[in-house]
Design a protein around this ligand. Structure first.
Ligand code: 13P
Ligand code: SF4
Length: 313
């Protein structure tokens, strides 16, 4: 537990020292705790972080996010040490797609092109033709010939959003993110009615009933850009509330309200992202573990669809 401002600053200082000694880069997702975002060299959405991992000259990548994100960094950097503050920080959406079941699902649709969301394991990526993130899914699907059948997984909400935007069918894996799937229009509507003039913005992992009423839909990076550029002074935000730290940092004069969640749903906080604490960040750099290992044959097969994504987006 962090006890005082002095110990927080001491941890930040130690992280800075270790970063220099190790020639390390710290990558953090927008959903992590504010003190982790402050310690990071790059804070971004999944696509920005994958790009940062691909282009880094650092010897060590310290990834404060969830497992599939650090694993993607390891796939892109076979010779490098990739560390996570806590390697138990998994993504339940990625875990909802076991390789055996996914292979059987694919076998039901021979010939279909497989596009998978980056929120998936190395095994699933190795089974895919193209990977995508929430910021490029629409762009990637739009480049596939109309007559080609597409399997899209594991997030059904992102898949249906892209289907609706492009007016084309896809075969969807029925996974979802418990954080985003917890938003319900009926509950959010009350908050919107109390704030006339506010803009309502949402991540595409939310349900269609929420997305179709949003003023803007986008990845965490796109939501941030929108929040900076819009003239609106108040925004109601339907995504993991960790993003509010960066929204408020960029636009301190604006008001950001987390969209209320369904009281019967488990949480609108990604508890996995919050497993990345400053103490664990410091400790993983001191101990040079936990380290992310990826089987080489799987890595080579998973790299191809990730590279395809980077070329197509
Ligand atoms: P982004 O692509 O917006 O970073 O989404 C990642 C994620 O896990 C959202 O739940
Ligand atoms: Fe996974 Fe949802 Fe957490 Fe994103 S917010 S890492 S999709 S559980």
């Amino acid at each position: 537990m962090i006890s005082s401002d002095a110990s927080v600053e001491a941890l930040h200082e130690r992280v800075r020292q270790l970063k220099k000694e190790m020639n390390a880069i710290i990558l953090a997702h927008y959903y992590t705790l504010p003190e982790i975002q402050q310690a990071a060299d790059v804070v971004g959405d999944s696509l920005a972080l994958a790009r940062a991992a691909e282009g880094t000259g650092a010897d060590v990548i310290v990834f404060a996010g969830v497992y599939f994100m650090a694993e993607t960094a390891a796939i892109l950097n076979p010779g490098k040490l990739v560390l996570m503050p806590d390697n138990r920080a998994g993504c339940p959406l990625a875990d909802s797609c076991p390789p055996e079941t996914f292979r059987a699902f694919k076998a039901e649709h021979p010939g279909a092109l497989v596009i998978t969301y980056i929120n998936s394991s190395v095994e699933i990526k190795a089974e895919s033709d193209i990977v995508c993130t929430s910021s490029n899914a629409e762009k990637i699907v739009s480049q596939i010939p109309e007559d080609r059948e597409i399997i899209f997984g594991p997030d059904r909400n992102l898949g249906s959003y892209v289907m609706k935007k492009l007016g084309r069918e896809m075969i969807l894996w029925q996974g979802c993110c418990y954080v985003h799937d917890a938003y319900r229009w009926e509950i959010i509507r009350e908050t919107i009615e109390k704030h006339p003039g506010a803009k309502f913005i949402a991540h595409p992992e939310c349900r269609e009933e929420v997305l179709c009423r949003s003023d803007f839909v986008g990845s965490t990076g796109a939501l941030l850009d929108y929040s900076e550029k819009t003239d609106a002074q108040v925004m109601i935000v339907a995504t993991e509330p960790g993003i509010l730290y960066e929204m408020e940092r960029r636009s301190p004069e604006k008001t950001f309200l987390p969209a209320p969640k369904d009281p019967f749903s488990p949480s609108s906080v990604c508890t996995q992202m919050k497993q990345n604490t400053l103490e664990k960040l410091c400790e993983c750099m001191e101990r040079r573990e936990p380290r992310i290992f990826v089987d080489e044959a799987l890595r080579e097969n998973a790299l191809k669809p990730i590279r395809r994504m980077l070329e197509m987006s």
